[in-house]
Write a protein that binds this ligand. Sequence first.
Ligand SMILES: *[C@@H]1O[C@H](CO)[C@@H](O)[C@H](O)[C@H]1NC(C)=O
Ligand SMILES: *[C@@H]1O[C@H](CO)[C@@H](O)[C@H](O)[C@H]1NC(C)=O
Ligand SMILES: *[C@@H]1O[C@H](CO)[C@@H](O)[C@H](O)[C@H]1NC(C)=O
Ligand SMILES: *[C@@H]1O[C@H](CO)[C@@H](O)[C@H](O)[C@H]1NC(C)=O
Ligand SMILES: *[C@@H]1O[C@H](CO)[C@@H](O)[C@H](O)[C@H]1NC(C)=O
Length: 306
Amino acid sequence: MKIRHQFGLFAFIFGTYLGFMYMFLTELEPTLYDVLSEAFSNINHLPFNVSDECIDVVRYLDPGGDPKVVDLFLNKHAGKYPYIHLINYPNAVRVFHKMYHVLKHQFTFKRKVFELASQFVDLVGLDLQYEIPNPIFVGIHVRRIAYDHHLQITQNGSLVEVEYFKRAITALQDSLNLTNENAMNRMVFFVTSDDEKWCKRVFFDIEAVLFFPSDFYRKMPVVSKAHFDLCIMSLCNHSIYDYGTFGFWGAYLAGGHTILAHNIGTGNNTEVETIKQANLPNWHFIDAHPPPVEPKPDYSSLYRRV
Ligand SMILES: *[C@@H]1O[C@H](CO)[C@@H](O)[C@H](O)[C@H]1NC(C)=O
Ligand SMILES: *[C@@H]1O[C@H](CO)[C@@H](O)[C@H](O)[C@H]1NC(C)=O
Ligand SMILES: *[C@@H]1O[C@H](CO)[C@@H](O)[C@H](O)[C@H]1NC(C)=O
Ligand SMILES: *[C@@H]1O[C@H](CO)[C@@H](O)[C@H](O)[C@H]1NC(C)=O
Ligand SMILES: *[C@@H]1O[C@H](CO)[C@@H](O)[C@H](O)[C@H]1NC(C)=O
């Protein structure tokens, strides 16, 4: 899944922010441009290459580490440095959320991606038109492959289990005030994941109308699966995901209510923190793991007395 691994993406988004607010021009690394323009049709790109002289006077900026750096730079130093090289992982949602509409425009899916994903959503809508005339589409993204290790080393965390998604569905229903059973039955879930085998194995006991868009995709794999999945999420009315930037972007582009995890481990999770700082309306954090079960008092020794 190429998009996910492009940390430069956030540099680009931040660059777009700087461009929007301070008339900077954003130069994308060519590989990043290639990756993004494969999925999206409105990615900005300078029609020239930045010269070596420019690179020499560059100011390196890492807005990812500390949000104060972002403010300091933007408020006091903007204009002082004509060139900024954005480094590391500036996923500063709080900052770039101010230009949500610009991002929505830049991240307009390529027509062939959009058409395939829409075709799937329309087909499901048509299929359910008598049972569920007014469906509420919910994208669920499940991130797993090699992530256990990542969560372990970054925050002493571990992967969520299927019970997380059950709690998330309830939390979403609460958030939408879907109190009567009738309203709850309007929900239609689209599950995307990097480990669909796992999802198919464990999601069967979730009582919900649930689809795996990849079953449709496999018949017509004419675009990248990652682009298709992300587009499906963006078309949904609301979103549920566990963690990771792929789920974040799907939910962020969908723009509805979102349920995501926090307290994934005992350590700090910068990704979660940056999202919290953004105060996105209708984004709700629920615990990644259930509270530990109190061990039952052990009375067995009482009975062993002679
Ligand atoms: C920018 O540089 C790359 C190689 O470094 C080259 O392939 C490309 O054509 C250049 N683009 C422009 C607009 O000069
Ligand atoms: C890591 O998390 C476990 C619970 O999952 C906890 O028991 C342990 O104390 C934590 N380790 C550290 C170093 O915080
Ligand atoms: C749900 O109800 C609460 C309290 O009445 C209200 O503040 C909130 O806006 C409602 N949410 C939706 C999505 O209708
Ligand atoms: C829900 O999503 C579908 C598919 O994108 C869309 O056609 C519909 O207008 C959305 N409903 C609402 C209330 O936004
Ligand atoms: C976690 O990191 C965020 C952002 O850097 C910070 O605001 C917050 O205080 C930290 N929380 C803990 C418990 O260290």
